[in-house]
Design a protein around this ligand. Structure first.
Ligand code: SF4
Length: 412
C-alpha cells in the first residue's frame, strides 16, 4: 500500500516525519507522491500555518476517495474545522506508536522496504535533521508549543545521537542539523560532550546547530564552535523576538535587550564572520510605536545577518491571548514589511563583509543552466557555476559578489 506524507512546521517535525516513514516502511507502507492516503504531520505555531493546512486539506478532500490521517501539534490544539475534514486523528504524542495507526484505512503487510528507499527523501534536502531534545517548559506568553508538544523535557542519550549521526554520515549526508523543540534545554554540558564526541566522525561533513535560546547559548559553547569552525558551523540562530525590554517581559522571555546585545558581541569577538540569524515577532500586544522603534533600531545596530519576521497572532490558551492593547493588522503588516526590508539590508551587508573570503558551500540544488546554490557554513546563500559538481557536496569557494540577496561564489 502507498501513502503520501505532508509535513508542516519546524525541523523537529520534519525529523519526526522521517521516523514515522521508517515505522510504516517496516509495516510495508511505501511512500509515494500520489497516493489516496495522506499522513499529515501538522504544526500550529501561528494562525497562518493553520489556514495553510486547512486550505491543503480542503484541496485534497475535493476527491472523496482521498483519506487523511492527521497527527502533529495541531491535534492538541482546538481547531474543529480542520478536525471535521479528516478521516482519522493520531494525537501528537502517539505518532510513533504503530498501534495508533488505523487498520481500517491502512493495510500493513509487514514486508520491509529497503534502506535506500528509507533515506532518499529526507525532507527533500541534502542535509539531515537530527532531533536530540523534545518538549519545552519555558512558556513564552505567545507560544502554544508547551501546550501542544508538552512541557516535559526529554533529551536523547549521547550515544544514541552519535549512532544516528554515523548512520546519516554513512549514507552520505554532509550536513547534520542538531535540533530540538528547545535545543538549549539539552544542557550546556551535554551539548559540549556531544559536540566533542562527534568531531572524529566529521570527515568532509559538518554539524549545524538549529535555533537556540540566547540564555542557553553559553560562552563555552561559542568558544567550542570558535575552535572547531571547520566541522561545527559558525552560525547561531538566536531568537530575539523583540528588541524592547517591556515587550520581552510581556513575552516572558528569559533575557533582556542588553543581555542579547552582549551575547552578539561575544560571538563576533570570538568568531568575526559568524552568521547570527534571528526571529522577530512583530505586533505583539502592547507594542506601541516606541517599542517597535526600539526593536527596529536594535536590529539595525546588531551584527545580525538574516531575519525571520512573524506577525503576532493569538493562540488560544496562551497568556498573550488575554493581553490588552492588541495591534491592528494594518500596523502589523506595515511593521513586518519594514523589518523584512531591514533584514534584506543586513543580508546584503553580511555578503559584502564576506567578499573575498574563503567559505564552504553545501550544494543543495541546481537553479538554472550551469548554476547551483547552497549555504556556506556561516549561512550565506551562495550561487556557484555548476559544471560538473555533484549536489550534496561540500565545496570550497571564494565569495566574489552580491546578486539578488545571494553571494556569487567562485569554486576553488
Ligand atoms: S522557548 Fe518559548 S517560544 Fe520556544 S518553544 Fe519554548 S515556549 Fe515556545
Amino acid at each position: 500500500m502507498k501513502v503520501s506524507y505532508l509535513t508542516y512546521g519546524c525541523k523537529v517535525n520534519q525529523y519526526d516525519t522521517e521516523i514515522i516513514k521508517k515505522i510504516l516502511n517496516n509495516k510495508g507502507l511505501k511512500e509515494s507522491d500520489n497516493s489516496d492516503i495522506f499522513i499529515i504531520n501538522t504544526c500550529t505555531v501561528t494562525e497562518k500555518v493553520d489556514s495553510e493546512i486547512l486550505k491543503k486539506i480542503k484541496q485534497i478532500k475535493k476527491d472523496k476517495n482521498k483519506k487523511i490521517i492527521l497527527t502533529g501539534c495541531l491535534t492538541n490544539y482546538e481547531h474543529n474545522e480542520i478536525k471535521n475534514y479528516v478521516d482519522f486523528i493520531i494525537p501528537n504524542e502517539k505518532k510513533f506508536d504503530i498501534n495508533f495507526y488505523p487498520s481500517k484505512i491502512l493495510t500493513f503487510d509487514g514486508k520491509n522496504i529497503n534502506v535506500e528507499e528509507k533515506y532518499k527523501k529526507f525532507s527533500q534536502k541534502d542535509k539531515a535533521f537530527l532531533k536530540i531534545e523534545e518538549g519545552c517548559n519555558r512558556f513564552c506568553s505567545y507560544c502554544i508549543v508547551p501546550y501542544v508538544r508538552g512541557d516535559k523535557i526529554k533529551i536523547k542519550d549521547k550515544n544514541e545521537v552519535l549512532d544516528e549521526l554515523k548512520e546519516f554520515l554513512d549514507y552520505g549526508f554532509k550536513e547534520i542539523v542538531l535540533t530540538g523543540i528547545n535545543l538549549g534545554l539539552y544542557g550546556e554540558e551535554n551539548l559540549l560532550i556531544l559536540l566533542k564526541g562527534s568531531l572524529k566522525f566529521l570527515k568532509d561533513a559538518r554539524i549545524r546547530l538549529s535555533s537556540i535560546g540566547p540564555a542557553e547559548l553559553t560562552d563555552r559553547i561559542i568558544d567550542f564552535v570558535a575552535d572547531n569552525q571547520d566541522r561545527i558551523c559558525p552560525h547561531f540562530h538566536l531568537s530575539m523576538q523583540s528588541g524592547d525590554d517591556k515587550i520581552l517581559k510581556l513575552m516572558n522571555r528569559n533575557y533582556t535587550v542588553s543581555f542579547y546585545e552582549k551575547k552578539c558581541s561575544y560571538i563576533i569577538k570570538k568568531i568575526p564572520f559568524a552568521g547570527i540569524t534571528t526571529d522577530i515577532i512583530s505586533g505583539f500586544p502592547g507594542e506601541g510605536q516606541e517599542e517597535y522603534k526600539n526593536t527596529y533600531d536594535l536590529v539595525k545596530k546588531l551584527p545580525l545577518t538574516r531575519l525571520h519576521v512573524f506577525s503576532y497572532s493569538d493562540r488560544k490558551g496562551t497568556k498573550a491571548e488575554k493581553l490588552k492593547n492588541k495591534v491592528s493588522s494594518e500596523i502589523k503588516k506595515q511593521r513586518v514589511k519594514e523589518l523584512i526590508l531591514l533584514g534584506k539590508e543586513k543580508e546584503r551587508e553580511f555578503i559584502y563583509k564576506n567578499s573575498g573570503q574563503i567559505r564552504t558551500v553545501l550544494i543543495e540544488n541546481k537553479i538554472k543552466d550551469g548554476y547551483a546554490e547552497g549555504y556556506t557554513e556561516n549561512y550565506i546563500r551562495s550561487v556557484v557555476r555548476f559544471d560538473n559538481i555533484k549536489t550534496s557536496n561540500l565545496i570550497k569557494v571564494k565569495i566574489k559578489d552580491f546578486n539578488n540577496f545571494k553571494a556569487v561564489a567562485e569554486i576553488l
